[in-house]
Design a protein around this ligand. Structure first.
Ligand code: 6R9
Length: 638
């Protein structure tokens, strides 16, 4: 132990001020091609693009690059010995510091293993892993070979995994024997086996590579399953990267929309990587020596852009934590920040609300003075959670960035920029330079000045998703058709007199539970397959901790509905995943419908929230009497 006095708390040294922000915003608006021609210099190109943007060809169409070169090789000369990834294990005493040189070697080994297993440019590789280094390594190894990674969220059920394996046509899967969640063990491999057994004919997976996270035994199928560690040990630490076109897909990532079918959002290589790097530097005031901790799972777009691609493209140091916020005690995250001297901490409002409940004395026990920038993402943050994060964690000296964006945008779109855009508590504030949001009224007319409406985006930006995997028509109908000429986000927002944006939540049938997007239709489709269920409707209602929780109205096919609610819960857990299991199921004789047979979700939401009047004109309903029946049932708590 040294007797040196504690270092002074980290101070903000932002690169941009308000004038510079305005100048960049103006420049990007005046001449976007010129602006992005300059910005594309953030990346190392194998062939520098001449074409910057074209409506039909997209971004940087004639450019060539490899994402793994940008995240690894190009840093070796300057920062080969700098830590790229700090991995903190579930148990306190185990952690790993990988330098850029070591990470590069691991990625090459993994890429060689994949290549040896027959993975080629353009193939899809599924990754279903807990928060272990092999996740990052696997993603970058795919990028090196020009294969697309398809990272599957840890909470997916076997059926959900099977659907995504079938849709993506993945030829290989990387999984783990188990994942550790506190004292619990999550059987990743067993779930993968179950997924593969569900549709043996429809799936293209030939090989399953298994990471042994613990000594727990793991069932292996001869001829298909291989332990990864011995293969890596034998593989070479050099692997020539593929030269990819800027618009060759880098990855697919499944997300939920208002249709039941999972959507494989496809991101390209050049535009996406530039967007991840640009936004990570700007929003998080990225500087040499930063320790950047984004708590998102890599199975989420936030993990792709801000655990892997953004910070590593910028030559940063990222922290990956295997464990949970509250294990073994409620201060575990704060302990990790203290232990690894985290400077930049990016998490979700759900996590903040849960940690806030533990009381202010928990974080007070830890030294959080290294923190400089705090960020949130995934759902609207309430004023009290924002104030607590700012005050108790940031000790009022950190920048706090509420970042709005989506899987489809590739990276952050609306957010404060430390030093340049003044924060307002609980507002995502202003668009980044190069982003042009607009609000439309219900008829699709733009709202000028202050007002509330549907959030759309004008023009393109480099991080714009390329398409939906094998369903370009759905991509167009979902995002481009609703308001021709604009990109439709699915969110509502308010703009105040200073032009600041306040996101109000989804305006489509997507429910946001603890930052997880769940389509109403995903739940309804899962239930529709059951012979005892005539019909159902899933809606989201406000929830103190999770942001929203799910309520399902269920119409039984037969009079005797005993045990039906429990069965419905099981069906949802099996077909979608435990994270999508509703808080409440109401068994009802009928659903409120318009005369044309559309479910009136607005009414169901109001009733589930306990509202008993103010339902507006009910005369458009096929059977207005159903409202009274629903209210009685909800009141009784059935
Ligand atoms: C990055 C990510 C996107 C949806 C988005 C919106 C909600 C995200 C938000 C926010 C309010 C924020 N959302 N950030 N709502 N304030 N700062 O979350 O991607 O999983 O695709 O979800 O999340 O509703 O449309 P994704």
């Amino acid at each position: 132990m040294s007797d040196a006095p504690p270092a002074a708390p980290a101070a903000l040294r932002p690169r941009l001020d308000a004038t510079a922000y305005q100048a960049l915003t103006d420049a990007a608006r005046r001449d976007p091609k010129r602006y992005w021609r300059k910005e594309m210099g953030r990346l190392d190109w194998i062939q520098t693009p001449n074409e910057i943007f074209d409506d039909s060809k997209g971004w940087f169409a004639d450019g060539k690059l490899n994402a793994s070169i940008n995240c690894l090789d190009r840093h070796l000369k300057q920062r080969g010995e700098q830590t790229a990834v700090i991995w903190q294990a579930e148990d306190r005493d185990t952690n790993l510091h990988l330098t850029y040189r070591e990470l590069h070697a691991r990625v090459c080994r993994m890429a060689n293993v994949l290549r040896h297993q027959g993975v080629k440019r353009g193939d899809r590789v599924a990754i279903h892993l807990p928060s272990v280094v092999e996740g990052i390594v696997g993603m970058l190894a795919c990028a090196r070979l020009g294969a697309m990674h398809v990272v599957l969220f840890g909470g997916f059920s076997a059926e959900a995994i099977a659907d995504r394996l079938a849709d993506s046509g993945a030829v290989l899967a990387i999984t783990a024997n188990v994942g550790r969640r506190g004292a619990k063990r999550i059987p990743f491999k067993v779930t993968m086996d179950a997924a593969l057994a569900l549709r043996p004919d429809a799936l293209a997976v030939r090989t399953v590579l298994v990471v042994e996270v613990t000594d727990d035994p793991v069932p292996m199928q001869a001829g298909r399953d291989l332990l990864l560690a011995p293969l890596l040990a034998d593989a070479s630490t050099e692997c020539a990267p593929e030269s990819m076109n800027a618009n060759d897909p880098l990855f697919l990532l499944y997300t939920s929309g208002s249709t039941g079918k999972p959507k494989g959002i496809v991101h390209g290589t050049g535009g996406y990587l530039l967007w991840a790097a640009y936004t990570q530097e700007m929003v998080f005031d990225h500087q040499n020596g930063d320790i950047f901790w984004c708590t998102a799972d890599i199975g989420w777009i936030t993990g792709h852009s801000y655990v892997v691609y953004g910070p590593l493209a910028n030559g940063g140091t990222v922290l990956l934590f295997e464990g949970m916020p509250s294990h073994p005690g409620p201060g575990r995250w704060w302990e990790v920040i203290q232990q690894h001297k985290v400077t930049t901490f990016y998490t979700s409002p759900t996590a903040i609300r849960a940690l806030m409940r533990e009381g202010d004395d928990v974080p007070a026990r830890y030294d959080l003075s290294t923190l400089r920038v705090l960020g949130t993402v995934g759902e609207p943050i309430s004023h009290d959670a924002w104030a607590w994060f700012d005050d108790v964690i940031g000790q009022k000296r950190c920048a706090l960035v509420d970042t709005w964006w989506q899987t489809e945008t590739g990276g952050i779109m609306i957010s404060p920029i430390p030093g340049a855009v003044k924060e307002k508590p609980a507002s995502a504030t202003l668009p980044l330079p190069g982003v042009r949001p607009l609000l439309l009224d219900e008829k699709g007319y733009p709202i000028e000045g202050a007002g509330e409406g549907i959030l759309c985006l004008d023009g393109s930006w480099p991080g714009h998703a390329l398409t939906i995997w094998q369903d370009d028509a759905l991509f167009k109908t979902t995002y481009l058709a609703p308001y021709p000429g604009h990109y439709f986000t699915g969110d509502g927002a308010r703009r105040d007199e200073d032009g600041y944006y306040w996101i109000t939540g989804r305006v489509d049938d997507v429910i946001n539970v603890s930052g997880h997007r769940i389509g109403s239709a995903e739940i309804e489709d899962a239930l529709a397959a059951d012979h005892a269920i005539a019909e159902s409707a899933a809606i989201g209602i406000p929830h103190d901790l999770k942001g929203q929780s799910i309520v399902v109205y269920l119409v039984p096919r037969h009079e005797n509905a005993d045990g039906l609610a429990e069965r419905a819960m099981k069906i949802i857990a099996a077909k979608v995943g435990r994270y999508a299991v509703p808080e409440i199921i109401h068994i009802v004789p009928d659903l409120p419908k318009t005369r044309s047979g559309k479910n009136v979700r607005r009414l169901m939401r109001k009733i589930a929230c306990g509202e008993r009047e103010g339902f507006g004109d009910l005369s458009t309903l096929a059977d207005p009497g159903v409202v009274k029946v629903l209210i009685e049932i909800v009141n009784r708590g059935d």
